[in-house]
Design a protein around this ligand. Structure first.
Ligand SMILES: NC(=O)c1ccc[n+]([C@@H]2O[C@H](COP(=O)([O-])OP(=O)(O)OC[C@H]3O[C@@H](n4cnc5c(N)ncnc54)[C@H](OP(=O)(O)O)[C@@H]3O)[C@@H](O)[C@H]2O)c1
Length: 339
């Protein structure tokens, strides 16, 4: 990497958060060069990015590719992950791939490591304090691979940087959405046929017959954060604003499945939260179900986060609330033919 300003290496720049992160880093006067790495072909110029942003294809499971990416970087941003996917592939990429990135970053003497953990690291537990602050220790929901990976990787990261010169900024975003982040809608659309077959939904429909797609609504509130606001927090960390540490990220306000269903032009039926939770707990062990079903675990218990620390330490000011973030996401999903 060459040029003045910070040299930033980004894994997973092609995903929901990644493209927004590239835009935010491109716009940062403190950043001189950004190089992203993921597996698919990707042209930064086609996304309106300047020549400051480069891209190379590579896999985080390939230690040589990771070492080459982080060599000479001032900051590494690690986003590469399997959020929804095959359990086996997710385990390898999330755990081995992330360890490769953490170890290579430390071995290369990189000063700053920025990593997106998740609200899922806290686990979805009825006895979690509400709202969650960063002082609450992660306690994974072990039956949900994503939650287990996120909690375990925070420990792995701590071990990797413990005796190193590398400082780590670890973000715990809630569900991310926005016009460039359609995963929330895409995964929900893929789950619609499954929801239609669930006994708890069919029983509810017997009482209130409805036509068209239906979401089971446990009535629980959840948070949303806009990709651009996550990118703003990542940029702050890349620039070295605020102390290293853990930071919750969530936009103002909350969402429910019922309100989301209406925004998508669907219906919802009230179902007992405990039943959705029980389903989530066993879902990962039932063959033939889509991997998205694991996300039902997120509805086992309310898991709302306090974001005062990011606001105070990083000057982070999310302006998009849950309603407006969802509205933008739904409009983009309609334009893209996802809805
Ligand atoms: N989206 C959310 O709601 C959310 C919430 C909280 C935290 N997070 C965290 O934020 C990070 C980014 O999430 P996202 O929503 O942007 O995910 P995403 O849209 O699924 O993108 C994942 C990225 O990882 C890359 N990737 C996957 N496997 C890879 C491999 N073996 N080698 C190199 N790159 C690989 C993908 O590119 P290729 O497929 O081209 O390789 C893509 O760029 C993840 O750590 C995620 O857990 C996301």
């Amino acid at each position: 990497m060459s040029g003045s300003g910070l040299r930033v290496a980004v894994t997973g720049p092609t995903g929901d958060i990644g493209v927004a992160a590239l835009r935010a880093l491109d716009a940062s006067p403190a950043v001189g060069r950004v190089v992203g790495m993921a597996r698919r072909p990707f042209d930064p110029a086609a996304h309106g990015l300047s020549a400051k942003v480069g891209y190379q294809r590579g896999d985080v499971l390939d230690r040589a590719s990771v070492a080459a990416l982080v060599d000479g970087a001032d900051v590494v941003v690690h986003l590469a992950f399997i959020v929804v996917g095959d359990r086996g592939e997710a385990r390898r990429i999330n755990t081995e791939g992330s360890r490769n990135v953490f170890e290579a970053t430390v071995a290369a003497g990189v000063g700053r490591l920025v990593y997106t953990s998740s609200v899922a690291a806290y686990g979805f537990h009825a006895d979690n304090p509400q709202p969650l602050t960063e002082d609450v220790p992660p306690r994974a929901t072990e039956s949900f691979y994503y939650s287990a990976h996120k909690a375990a990787l925070e420990d792995v990261l701590d071990d990797c940087v413990a005796a190193a010169a590398t400082e780590a900024w670890v973000f715990r975003p809630c569900i991310v959405a926005g016009p460039g982040a359609l995963t929330l809608i895409e995964t929900t659309v893929r789950m619609l046929p499954v929801y239609g077959q669930l006994r708890l939904v069919r029983q509810a429909l017997d009482r209130v017959p409805l036509l068209g797609p239906v979401l089971p609504d446990p009535g629980m509130e959840f948070q949303l954060v806009h990709t651009d606001e996550v990118a703003a927090a990542l940029r702050a960390a890349v620039e070295g604003i605020g102390p290293p540490g853990r930071y919750n990220l969530a936009g103002p306000g909350t969402m429910t499945v019922g309100r989301m269903a209406r925004a998508c032009g669907w219906r919802s039926v009230p179902v007992p939260g405990a039943a959705v939770g029980a389903l989530g707990a066993v879902a990962g062990r039932v063959p033939g179900l889509p991997p998205e079903i694991g996300w039902l675990n997120a509805f086992r218990a309310p898991t709302l986060m306090d974001t005062a620390k990011a606001r105070r330490e990083l000057g982070w000011e999310p302006r998009s609330d849950a309603e407006s973030t969802l509205r933008e996401t739904v409009a983009a999903a309609r334009a893209a033919g996802v809805l």
